[in-house]
Design a protein around this ligand. Structure first.
Ligand SMILES: Nc1ncnc2c1ncn2[C@@H]1O[C@H](COP(=O)(O)OP(=O)(O)O)[C@@H](O)[C@H]1O
Ligand SMILES: [Mg+2]
Length: 430
């Protein structure tokens, strides 16, 4: 807590602006579990920020209730009712009054409840006293939505936040545009080139091709988890994974039709939560359909990649998807998209620039239509990087993997003022 408070103090002293949304949205924040949160605010600004935080995808499972009246109202409320998992308290007071107020509150607070204080005071003595009283976090007001989201989620994430997996959802704007192919190749690059432990989950239970693409035929897979959610835990899911490479495993689809797959909205929740606990990077191959569960999975992913072909239906669908996801995820970076199968001979196509205009951002990649490259790879159960390691398209998948995992691009060192000198030295040495 001290650390955060000190950062807040520095920010306040130097009048630093609140971080830009894109960079704030990039920092990984693990979702909070099913907890109850009650806020007692003093100002409408803070109440609005907490309200917006409650609507963020990362607090989707949490229950947030907001009241006005600060410490006094909270103390009054908990005299007669049990305390929730988290109490957020805004206070306008000075240090001594805050401490007196919190001591009174403590008398009616259950011991397991975590308290987050939001205040205007920037005072080291206050931070020290709050820490001593077991207050979990102190945020300087005014607070942004994402500050509240982060503060609450951090209360519940393991100290080693790296262990918490990021979910990358890949979905096609139309069927057959190559969304699965792109997802599988990116996941392969994440495991191989970025050396991140990763899992591909094939969510197209009836027709999924991940098993074929990686040349795997595992006896078990995602259906075993989804049809017995009560048994799901890390060890159970671990047994369902089949290993593709050193660092890439597959949660395969059965791709059989003896059952139908009409799932409820939360069908994949326990499986994904459990993957998140143990795997740093999870790539979801989301089939092209619009159901309660597919919508939920896209909205709750850390990053989204929409794969589109260069035609009108793809453009319309990609725009609808991106618009809906943007408005459902106001505190996140907007979804990425890429164009695939571009340049089919004799086919009229919509240009990448027109996509960029409609979607208000450039595509992450424009992947050419190359049947001589993709056809053999698909038929042999291999990735493009395996059949043609040095091909331009392999490099595209590597770069997409970097962006989607938040790894900074490994740029070649630019020629600097020193480089002529260095090359002279080398020549002399040689
Ligand atoms: N850039 C490309 N050039 C040529 N063929 C491609 C390309 N991308 C994908 N394909 C092929 O298109 C077909 C459909 O791909 P798939 O990934 O199953 O699509 P989706 O998951 O969107 O339905 C596959 O046979 C795949 O090999
Ligand atoms: Mg597919």
């Amino acid at each position: 807590m001290m650390k955060h408070a000190q950062q807040a103090a520095v920010a306040e002293n130097t009048r630093m602006p609140t971080p830009a949304t894109e960079s704030a949205a990039d920092a990984h924040i693990a979702p909070a579990p099913r907890v109850s949160i009650q806020a007692f605010c003093e100002t409408v600004e803070t109440a609005a920020a907490v309200q917006a935080a409650g609507e963020d995808r990362r607090l989707g499972k949490a229950h947030v209730k907001i009241q006005m009246g600060g410490i006094a109202a909270a103390t009054e409320a908990y005299r007669s009712s049990p305390t929730p998992n988290v109490i957020l308290i805004e206070t306008d007071s000075r240090t001594d009054d805050i401490l007196v107020g919190l001591d009174t509150l403590a008398e009616v607070c259950d011991s397991g409840t975590r308290v987050v204080v939001l205040g205007r005071v920037n005072d080291v003595r206050l931070y020290r006293e709050l820490t001593r009283r077991g207050v979990s976090e102190y945020l300087m007001t005014p607070v942004g939505t994402i500050d509240v989201v982060r503060a609450i989620c951090n209360l519940f994430s393991a100290p080693d936040a790296k262990a918490v997996g990021r979910i990358i959802a890949v979905v096609g704007a139309k069927g057959g545009v190559g969304a699965s192919t792109v997802a599988h190749n990116i996941a392969w690059a994440i495991g191989r080139d970025l050396a991140l432990e990763s899992v591909v989950a094939d969510l197209d239970l009836a027709f999924g091709t991940a098993g074929l693409d990686y040349n795997q035929d595992p006896p078990q897979g995602i259906a075993d988890a989804v049809f017995s959610p009560d048994r799901v835990d890390t060890a159970f899911v671990d047994r369902l994974l089949s290993k593709c490479t050193d660092r890439l495993s597959l949660l395969a689809a059965p791709a059989t039709l003896d059952r139908v797959y009409d799932f409820g909205a939360e069908a994949f929740d326990t499986t994904l939560d459990s993957l998140r606990n143990s795997i740093p990077c999870i790539v979801l191959d989301v089939p092209h359909q619009w159901t309660a569960w597919s919508k939920r999975i896209l909205i709750s992913a850390d990053h989204i990649l929409v794969v589109a072909g260069p035609d009108l239906a793809n453009l319309r669908n990609a725009k609808n998807l991106v618009d809906l996801l943007r408005s459902s995820r106001p505190n996140d970076r907007k979804p990425y998209y890429c164009l695939n199968q571009v340049g089919v001979p004799k086919r009229p196509e919509i240009a990448p620039a027109d996509f960029a205009k409609a979607l208000e951002t450039d595509p992450l990649a424009v992947i050419p239509f190359e049947p001589q490259l993709f056809g053999p790879a698909a038929n042999n159960g291999q990735m493009i990087a395996e059949t043609s390691a040095n091909h331009k398209t392999s490099e595209m998948f590597r770069q997409m993997a970097q962006t989607l995992t938040g790894r900074a691009e490994m740029k070649r060192p630019r020629s600097s003022l020193l480089s002529p000198l260095l090359s002279k030295l080398k020549k002399r040495a040689g």
